[in-house]
Design a protein around this ligand. Sequence first.
Ligand SMILES: [Zn+2]
Length: 268
Amino acid sequence: MSWGYDTENGPQEWFKLFPQASGHRQSPVDINTLTAKRDSDLKENCLVWKYVGSDSRSLVNTGHGWKIDVIGNDSLLSGGPLGTNQYRLEQFHCHWGCSDEQGSEHTVDGESYSGELHFVHWNTSKYSSFSEAAAFPDGLAVLALFLKAGNYHPELEKVTQLLPFVMHKGDRITLPNGCDPNNFLPSECTYWTYEGSLTTPPCSESVTWIVLKTPVEVSHEQLDAMRNLNCYDVKAECPANDIKGKLVLNYRPPLPLGNRILREPGEH
Ligand SMILES: [Zn+2]
């Protein structure tokens, strides 16, 4: 059985096949806003992103959610906790829940959002490929954006309107109009940052997390379109579980922050 989000193959079981999942630098975490350390270096060194919407080329059903693969070398993130290293956007994907009341991986003072978008980058200043970078503590950077049920999001619609074409695991489709990360990101860029891991197996402890404080609104219908995806291959039999193989949720619950420091840009 492959990993997933059911009782028998869900987050509590991942460590059996992926030992890093029980490490001390795991993600997500609950963000306790009162404990965030204000960091003046982060305030002086702004986070800088440059994304090219037409480089978002294909949409795939991974069996664990939807993912957009990004080509080219021009979509970059640097500054803030990343310093002068350039991190290239490799892919972006989404996590959601079985209802609008849950679905984000990070929580804020114990509260969940309806979903969370992850923009996954790797350090091209130091490494030569995504897989090489994923093995190092400063290899990856994920920009996380909370989704809140509310108004319809036009840029997300470029994805959700195509989900009926990638209903099964392994299905892939070209995005005719791309999908522009710039159109998701809020103008006011305040964030929390900490050292963590991938939230899916192999749960590599190589991620600098940048969690944006300002959520964006997406509609209940857009979230429902995601919940309607199937987690199984078109040639496979529909799992005989009570959710009938639907990807109704795909988030990992928060893990202890432990000794790690949560930071935010600000004055001491
Ligand atoms: Zn993710």
